[in-house]
Design a protein around this ligand. Sequence first.
Ligand code: 1GP
Length: 246
Amino acid sequence: MSFYRSLQQMRTHNQKGVALLIDPDKMRDESHVKSLSELIRHTEISAVFIGGSLIVSNHFQQCATWAKKHIEKPIVIFPGSPDQITDQADAILLLSLISGRNPELLIGNHVQAAPRLAKSKLEIISTGYMLIDCGKSTTASYISQTFPIPYNKPEIAAVTAMAGEMIGMKCMYLDGGSGAEMPVSSTMIKAVRQSVQTPLIVGGGIRHEDQVREAFAAGADLVVVGTAVEENPEMLFALSGASGSL
Ligand code: 1GP
């Protein structure tokens, strides 16, 4: 089944999913990815996202190859730049940063990436990507040179998502940014949920299973976790387990 189809199923049947975000900079070598794959095998996670708004180590391709080799889950590129394209993945979230007004992140990078995407076998999922101010300035916000949507302005997120859906985006992603101090609020998730029909992905600053459940209860279909698992890989069990215990 395509990854988008599984997102649609989650949305339609109120099934919830958790995705693990792998930052290639944090993967030391193949054995590191392999040991993570052992943990993943014992969880119910829906997908592994790979990418980042700033990758210093320059081993995105290598890391994707290791992920594809060892991890038996859909591998989805969450690209921080047009360099992050590889056939060693199943799908790519073609992100348009609709919370910002940086033309490169609305169309420029897409133009650069289009010829390579056309030649790739990747499933392309047009995604309205919104950065939300969740307590501290994040790498994503700094690198993108955009202002995030204020934390307590759910109505801005709702109308932004609405516009994204009208333009034709197939999926929405509310992101507090990696390592955010707190997750996107339930109020904002609810407001976006009520404004669009698309599947809704939520991430950034989610560290506890209660926060996963809150995001699901507010209307998220897929919750993304990264930092909490980087800091303590065993957390993957609790975080991914929350999808089955609503
Ligand atoms: C960031 O949504 C992801 O883009 C994950 O964030 O690392 O804070 O879990 P965390």
